[in-house]
Design a protein around this ligand. Structure first.
Ligand code: 9Z3
Length: 359
């Protein structure tokens, strides 16, 4: 990369995969997904691919700087739990270190689990700060065996989270795959989508990851850390190919596909969501605006093409797209907050059932 302009290129999905490097772990990740899907197929389960978290765009080959997309992974991790609760098998394609189902309840930044643990009062406490540290030279006390308990206030919540977590692990219905860069995300999305095509209509895609619209092709990346001292830095990026297009038309035309549209200007949310449906022809776009995303979303879906109705004997054409708003109170009790994802998933499950029956 340099400060000079370049011939900007428009990448189709095809040319993208022909020119951009395949991640080294792709083959192993795909094998893991393949086996998972086979097991779920034998158990006659529907499978949902939940994508979650933001993608990065490295600015250097030996990456020191990168562009990131906003997303903590809350939407994806929370939604995955409600899909699991409904009996779906979940492939959780997420940004490394973003929130995950179950452990999200004890995020290190908002709710660290160590705060809910207590050491048995009968044990001698450390006499000095130094001896309290695990890497102290003193051997840890072996008798009596240290007893650690969960604070009474947290016990009920932890119990329900832990019980669900263990149940899902025993059933084997959650499969984790991670990405960091937008390139890894795109390769994985293609590979997982193709694997899921054997499920036909029982495959759902819930694309909540925040995916960069722009990227720097590998061929234009500076090998080493970009040096300062040459004045301003101008970076000209290429557009990430519109990946929903081949997903809908080639990788799994039978799948039930839900994408997300994120905007910061609420006025353009619905037109943008409709535009996406118009372009790609999938089933649902969930529109959310950044500041209200935890309390209000809108599901936009196409209305059947022949949806005309008779009004006073005259044929009146219906709108092409239907809006379905989901809203919850923005003031939720902190001990048991209602999560909007519960209602989103409930609505999607109904629609997915209709989709499956429609086959
Ligand atoms: C979303 O809109 C998600 O709901 C959020 C969730 C990223 C807002 P958090 O993880 O946030 O709970 O903190 N995801 C899709 C965003 C996106 O990149 N959409 C693209 C677009 O809007 C289309 S795929 O153009």
């Amino acid at each position: 990369m340099s400060n000079t302009t370049h011939e900007s290129q428009t990448f189709s999905a095809e040319s993208y995969f022909e020119t951009q490097p395949q991640p080294p772990s792709l083959v192993a990740d795909t094998e893991g997904v393949h086996e998972f899907i086979q097991r779920q197929q034998q158990a006659n389960r529907s499978v949902v691919l939940v994508t979650s978290g933001g993608t990065t765009v490295p600015l250097e080959l030996n990456v020191v700087r990168f562009l990131d997309n906003f997303s903590a992974g809350t939407r994806g991790a929370t939604s995955a739990e409600y899909f699991l609760k409904a009996g779906y098998a979940v492939i959780f394609l997420h940004r490394q270190f973003s929130l995950q189902p179950f452990s999200r309840h004890y995020s290190h930044s908002t709710n660290p689990f160590l705060n809910f643990l207590e050491i048995d009062a009968a044990l001698p406490s450390s006499s000095t700060i130094d001896s309290a540290f695990p890497y102290s030279n003193d051997p840890p006390p072996t008798t009596p065996t240290p007893q650690i308990t969960v604070t009474t206030a947290e016990r009920a919540k932890l119990f329900s989270v832990l019980r669900a977590y263990k149940a899902v692990h025993a059933l084997g219905t959650l499969h984790m795959v991670s990405f960091v860069t937008v390139n890894e995300y795109l390769w994985l999305l293609r590979a997982v989508s193709r694997e899921m095509s054997v499920l036909g209509r029982k495959a759902m895609y819930y694309l909540a990851a925040a995916v960069s619209d722009f990227f720097l092709p590998q061929q234009r990346l500076s090998e080493h850390k970009i040096q300062s001292g040459k004045g301003n830095l101008s970076i000209e990026m290429d557009q990430v190919p519109k990946i929903l297009k081949p997903l809908v038309s080639e990788w799994n035309p039978e799948g039930f596909i839900v994408s997300f549209k994120l905007e910061t200007d609420e006025m353009i949310l619905i037109p943008k969501a409709q535009q996406a449906l118009e372009r790609y022809g999938h089933q649902v776009v969930i529109g959310n605006d950044l500041h209200h995303r935890k309390h209000r979303v809108v599901l936009i879906s196409p209305v059947a093409a022949d949806a005309t109705k008779k009004l006073d004997g005259a044929l009146v054409s219906q709108p092409k797209y239907a809006e379905f708003w989901i809203e919850i109170d923005s003031h939720q009790p902190s001990n048991h907050p209602k999560e909007i994802e519960e209602d989103i998933i409930e609505e999607l499950l109904k629609r997915h059932n209709v989709w499956i029956e429609g086959s």
